[in-house]
Design a protein around this ligand. Structure first.
Ligand code: IPM
Ligand code: MG
Length: 362
C-alpha cells in the first residue's frame, strides 16, 4: 500500500503567494480527508518574505525543512521592493538556490488549453483548440549556473558581463531520459530544441539526444533550432507533444507555450530531482500589482497541488479529483479576472476557493 502520511513544506513567498496558497491548502485538506491521506504542513520562508525576516532569500532553515519533507509546494516569489538589491540577495536567487540545493534538474511544464478557455487565448480558435504539450526544461545547468560568470573589468577599463552556457554529457543524458520517458507516457513524440547551428554546447546536446533516441525506438524524435521552435509554437502549436530543452531556452519557450492557453494563471509545474522531494509551483509570478486584493487566480496553485499528488506523492486518484473540480468550476462559468469573459461569473481568489470546495464536496 502507498504511504498515506506526508510532510509538506509550504513556501507561500511574496505578492499573491499567500492568498493562492491558502486556497490550495484548503483543497488539499479536504481531498486528504476524502482519500484518507494525512498531510502535515510546515511553512518556511523564501524570496522577499525571507529577505525581510532574515536578510537572505533562502535561509538555511528553509532548505533544511524542504529536504526533510516529502514534497514542497511553492507559490511565487519576488516584487518591486526587492528588485534593486544586490544579486545574491534577490528573491530569484533564493529560488535558484532551492532548485540547485534539492537537485531539481527536471522541470515539467504542461501547457494544455482547456476547452472552456479557448477564447481567452490571443490566437485564433482553430490554432489553439486541442493544444496539449509538455515542456521538459533542464533546470540546474546551462547558462543559469555556468562558470565563469560576473561583471569584470577589461584591460581598457571597460566593464564586461560574462555568463557561460555549458552542459556535460551526463547532464544532457539525465534530462534526455526524463523527456523520452515523458514522451512515452504521452503521444510518443519528442522535439528537442537547441541552437546547434551556432553553439557548441547545443551541438553536444543534439548529439547526445540523438544517441539516446536509440534506446527509445518507440519515441519519434525531431529537432528544432530555438528560433524556429518559437515561430512554430505560434504558427501551429498542435504539432508539439513533448519538448525538451535547456534551462534558458526552456524558460523562454515555456512562457510562450503558457500564453497559448490564454492565461498563465492556469498553469502548474513540477520540478523533480533523481530522488528526494520535488517542488511544485505555478508557472506565473507573484503579481505584486494585484497582491492583497483578493483578485488572484488560485487555479494554477491548486493544479500544482494536483501535480504534487501525481508526480511527488504517487496519489493519482486524489490528483484527478482536484483536476476535475477545477474543470467543474470552469464549466459552471466561474472565472477570476484574468480569465474573465462575457457572461461568466467574476469571482475573487477566496470565492474561487469556495467554489472549488463545493465542487469537491459534491
Ligand atoms: C521561471 C522564472 C525563474 C527562471 C526566475 C524567477 C528566476 O522565470 O521559473 O521560469 O528564470 O527560471
Ligand atoms: Mg520564466
Amino acid at each position: 500500500m502507498t504511504q498515506q502520511n506526508y510532510r509538506i513544506t509550504l513556501l507561500p513567498g511574496d505578492g499573491i503567494g499567500p492568498e493562492i496558497m491558502a486556497v490550495a491548502v484548503d483543497v488539499l485538506k479536504l481531498v486528504g480527508k476524502q482519500f484518507d491521506i494525512q498531510f502535515e504542513f510546515q511553512e518556511a520562508l523564501l524570496g522577499g518574505a525571507a529577505i525581510d525576516a532574515t536578510g537572505e532569500p533562502l535561509p538555511a532553515q528553509t532548505l533544511e525543512r524542504c529536504r526533510n519533507s516529502d514534497a514542497v509546494l511553492l507559490a511565487a516569489i519576488g516584487g518591486y521592493k526587492w528588485d534593486n538589491l544586490p544579486r545574491h540577495q534577490r528573491p530569484e536567487t533564493g529560488l535558484l538556490g532551492l532548485r540547485a540545493g534539492l537537485g531539481l534538474f527536471a522541470n515539467l511544464r504542461p501547457a494544455k488549453i482547456l476547452p472552456q478557455l479557448v477564447d481567452a487565448s490571443s490566437l485564433k480558435r482553430e490554432v489553439v483548440e486541442g493544444v496539449d504539450m509538455m515542456v521538459v526544461r533542464e533546470l540546474t545547468g546551462g547558462i543559469y549556473f555556468g562558470e565563469p560568470r560576473g561583471i569584470f573589468a577589461t584591460e581598457t577599463g571597460q566593464k564586461r558581463g560574462v555568463n557561460t552556457m555549458a552542459y556535460t554529457e551526463a547532464e544532457i543524458d539525465r534530462i534526455g531520459r526524463v523527456a523520452f520517458e515523458t514522451a512515452q507516457k504521452r503521444s510518443g513524440k519528442l522535439c528537442s530544441v537547441d541552437k546547434s547551428n551556432v553553439l557548441e554546447v547545443s551541438q553536444l546536446w543534439r548529439d547526445r539526444i540523438t544517441a539516446l533516441s536509440k534506446e527509445y525506438p518507440d519515441v519519434e524524435l525531431s529537432h528544432l533550432y530555438v528560433d524556429a521552435a518559437a515561430m512554430q509554437l505560434l504558427r501551429w502549436p498542435k504539432q508539439f507533444d513533448t519538448i525538451v530543452t535547456g534551462n534558458l531556452f526552456g524558460d523562454i519557450l515555456s512562457d510562450a507555450a503558457a500564453m497559448l492557453t490564454g492565461s498563465i494563471g492556469m498553469l502548474p509545474s513540477a520540478s523533480l530531482g533523481a530522488s528526494g522531494p520535488g517542488v511544485f509551483e505555478p508557472v506565473h509570478g507573484s503579481a505584486p500589482d494585484i497582491a492583497l486584493q483578493d483578485k488572484a487566480n488560485p487555479l494554477a496553485q491548486v493544479l500544482s497541488a494536483a501535480m504534487m499528488l501525481r508526480y511527488g506523492l504517487d496519489q493519482p486518484a486524489a490528483a484527478n479529483k482536484i483536476e476535475q473540480a477545477v474543470m467543474q468550476v470552469l464549466e459552471q462559468g466561474d472565472r477570476t479576472g484574468d480569465i474573465m469573459s462575457e457572461g461568466m461569473n467574476l469571482l475573487g481568489c477566496s470565492a474561487m476557493g469556495n467554489a472549488l470546495i463545493q465542487a469537491l464536496e459534491q
